[in-house]
Design a binder for this molecule. Structure first.
Ligand SMILES: [Zn+2]
Length: 86
């Protein structure tokens, strides 16, 4: 790791929350491209955050998401029926 990695690592969660300024985002992204250890840390944090987000939303699945899934199931069923008829 090069100098300044600690500062970038400490920004990762803020970055993942989308709360860094544009300038800070650009600096962090540029650093991640040049620094595999930090990129690895970033990817780990991103995966963790995605998992946490999924487990948080599973209990209260939004109605819109449920409707989208139902629409997809309906579309698939209709397509299958058409295939069978042909
Ligand atoms: Zn670094």
């Amino acid at each position: 790791m090069s100098d300044g990695c600690d500062a970038y690592i400490s920004q990762l969660y803020t970055y993942l929350d989308g709360e860094l300024s544009d300038r800070e985002c650009a600096q962090l992204q540029a650093h991640l491209e040049d620094c595999p250890p930090c990129l690895q840390e970033y990817e780990r944090d991103a995966i963790l955050k995605a998992l946490v987000r999924r487990s948080c939303t599973s209990e209260t699945a939004p109605e819109t998401l449920r409707a989208q899934i139902l629409t997809q199931i309906t579309t698939v069923t209709v397509t299958e029926v058409r295939v069978h008829r042909n």
